[in-house]
Design a protein around this ligand. Structure first.
Ligand SMILES: Nc1ncnc2c1ncn2[C@@H]1O[C@H](COP(=O)(O)OP(=O)(O)O)[C@@H](O)[C@H]1O
Ligand SMILES: CC(=O)N[C@@H](CCC(=O)OP(=O)(O)O)C(=O)O
Length: 287
């Protein structure tokens, strides 16, 4: 994507959609999948800025698809209900009671907060989960993780219908099982599966760090598959960063053009990545 005289300054000082719009080149029918992690969801003001960016992208012809997380919000609700929760390699061990809470929190409060924020900015957001319209069908990831699912089949036809109708899909990371179960999918994994099925131009993983760090704590602005493997083997990539880098490599192997792991708490994080010369965060490309 090229920039038309877009700088960080004129983007972040634009107060209204119409002030920012002239700086954004049209990019018709590009598909950009954005994973908004729970840690990247900030105040109502930060959510409004994110929502404004989504509406701007749609206005210049891009089809944004938002896949959200909500791990911290699930934790809060589980705590209130006195349900203990453990993670293995960044994935929540999910029994039946936990699954119920995960679905209520993700498909309910978290999904609708994003939908409402986008609609308040003049967009037409539609909230759904992977269970709607056969979007994501799952198989169990590992019997030890309970109802944690790995996407087995993704049918993105509902997303094309929404694009055609000028709508912005907002997707909660849940999937249907082959036997009527509900599965909890790590948000990054769900975003990667959707980006792959859509052959997206970009997958952006928004989180609470400014990229992937090496052993000395420096941000790696570009990363290769072999660096990811070596950093993971050394334990430098750990916890919640594991599903992100795994997702990046999978998505690239399915034809997604590039994956960026970046700080979603920055103002205009998505537009700065897509429209400024240097972008931000860690870019992972094929090859
Ligand atoms: N090498 C690394 N570089 C950067 N962050 C890392 C690394 N290894 C582990 N992390 C951790 O991964 C976290 C991001 O994952 P997670 O908490 O699951 O985010 P989100 O909720 O946004 O999906 C960071 O806050 C950081 O603590
Ligand atoms: C299987 C699994 O771990 N699912 C996640 C789904 C939410 C998520 O991914 O949220 P973040 O992106 O905010 O971390 C969970 O239960 O927390």
């Amino acid at each position: 994507m090229k920039t038309r005289d877009m700088t960080r300054d004129n983007l972040t000082t634009a107060r209204t959609l119409s002030e920012a719009l002239p700086y954004l080149q049209r990019y018709d029918d590009a598909i950009v999948v954005i994973k908004l992690g729970g840690h990247a969801m900030g105040s109502d003001e930060a959510m409004a800025t994110f929502a404004r960016d989504m509406v701007l992208m749609r206005q210049v012809g891009v089809n944004p698809v938002i896949v959200h997380g909500g791990g911290p919000m699930i934790n809060q609700m589980l705590e209130k209900l006195n349900i203990k929760s453990d993670f293995v390699n960044g994935k929540r061990v999910t029994d039946e009671a936990t699954m119920e809470v995960v679905e209520m929190v993700l498909s309910g409060r978290v999904n609708k907060r994003i939908v409402q924020a986008i609609n308040a900015q003049g967009g037409k957001a539609v909230g759904l989960s992977g269970k709607d319209a056969g979007l994501i069908t799952c198989v169990p990831t590992d019997p030890k993780l309970g109802f944690v699912g790995t996407p087995d089949k993704v049918d993105p036809s509902i997303l094309h219908t929404l694009f055609h109708d000028d709508a912005i899909p907002v997707i909660a990371p849940l999937g249907a099982g082959h036997n009527g179960e509900t599965f909890n999918i790590n948000g990054d994994t769900a975003a990667g599966a959707i980006a792959s099925a859509l052959r997206a131009d970009r997958l952006l993983l928004l989180t609470d760090v400014d990229g992937v760090r090496d052993g000395e704590g420096n941000i790696l602005t570009e990363l290769t598959a072999s660096q990811i493997k070596s950093l993971t083997d050394q334990g430098i990539i750990s916890g919640g960063m594991i599903p992100k880098t795994e997702t990046a490599l999978d998505a690239l192997s399915y034809g997604v053009r590039g994956v960026v792991i970046l700080d979603g708490r920055l103002d205009n994080a998505v537009l700065l990545e897509l429209y400024t010369e240097h972008g931000s965060g860690s870019l992972i490309r094929a090859g």
